[in-house]
Design a protein around this ligand. Sequence first.
Ligand code: 4NP
Length: 157
Amino acid sequence: MPYKLLFVCLGNICRSPSAENIMYHLIERAGLSESILCDSAGTSSYHIGSPPDRRMSAAATQKLGIKLRGSARQFQKSDFQDFDLILAMDRENYKDILSLDPTGLYRQKVRLMCDFCSKYTIKEVPDPYYGGEEGFNQVIDLLVDACQGLLKHLRSQ
Ligand code: 4NP
């Protein structure tokens, strides 16, 4: 059974689809496509069905040469059972995810994405939605660092 990762942000059109696609890129390069699966979701219903934000896609293409694939969906309770590890982009996402698990049964499956960063000390992936281009570039840099750390963590397990 492959190990399943779920990346979660607010809208599922900027940060979490970037994390999902960057992680896939690293997994493919590492030859681990059969062992690790990735998906992403948003805590909100705002953008259900939408493709990744074009500003986010432009940053991913410019910085990494990858296209962002995906269609936004909302996080749902069944994701707690369906995934092995759930990565929240910021503390609000983290809190909103855990609010759907009142008994704390799945608490150990939920982590902050930046816990896996090694170059950066920032604890959250900043929401780039209402900002300029630099915010989107920063999201990519942070996520590459966090995804590399996450892959290292998974390989060590
Ligand atoms: P994301 O970015 O959570 O990284 O996908 C956002 C996308 C949309 C909104 C906020 C953040 N919004 O308010 O619509």
